[in-house]
Write a protein that binds this ligand. Sequence first.
Ligand code: ADP
Ligand code: MG
Length: 250
Amino acid sequence: MKADSKQPLISATAVNKHFGPVHVIKDVSSSFYQGEVAVIIGASGSGKSTFLRMLNRLETHDSGRIVIDGIELNDNLKNIDAVRREVGMVFQSFNLFPHLTVLDNITLAPRRLRGLTREQANVVALELLGKVGLAGHAHKYPHQMSGGQQQRVAIARSLAMQPKVMLFDEPTSALDPEMIKEVLDVMKDLARSGMTMIVVTHEMGFAREVADRVIFFEHGRILHEAPPEEFFGNAHNDRIRAFLGQIANQ
Ligand code: ADP
Ligand code: MG
């Protein structure tokens, strides 16, 4: 899973972001390499979602640089389009189109934005549905599926654009406990297939098992980052230890 190229796929350098007077991302720098799986944790309000959303320009940054696969994120709309084609994102709420079948949910963007024919897009979609364990569900509507199934469709939909990076923002936190595993299993498979992933989650089992690096956000800064063995092995920092204790007791 480790990087084989020296160039980071994503680099953020001294990035800052304010919402009005509130400084929510403070001089954050980090690089993410091809094939790397990074897990971001931290208290609510620490800036995790904002950081993730800046990586595909759902939020702008005020200063600093974000470069993805050689493309700088700035006001250039061409660059933004190019980055969005490379960066897939899965949110806590799955946001499937309720009036479209699973198949149409997955094929819509590849047909519109990548110029695939319906037949070509269907082939890709059916293969992806197999990968997320939903072969045979192509003609269902979202409301006919469980939350866990819908989130797996959302992952397939994102993958259909053939992104180079997948961002996940608390993808299992809206799910009933019995559905969390099926979504995490799909994400683990994806990680093992070599996908570059940045995952905001409090599923520490996932972090231990597949992350190359755990990043702890506090008040808009990266307080600590380390490989999971090290991160969990000696949670030397009081605040990190307290945070891990808290989520373990949830
Ligand atoms: P996390 O994902 O770690 O819970 P967020 O990135 O969502 O944190 O939020 C970081 C801070 O920015 C919080 O104080 C939050 O209230 C604030 N914030 C997030 N989005 C907005 C917004 N659109 N407008 C104003 N403040 C925001
Ligand atoms: Mg968040």
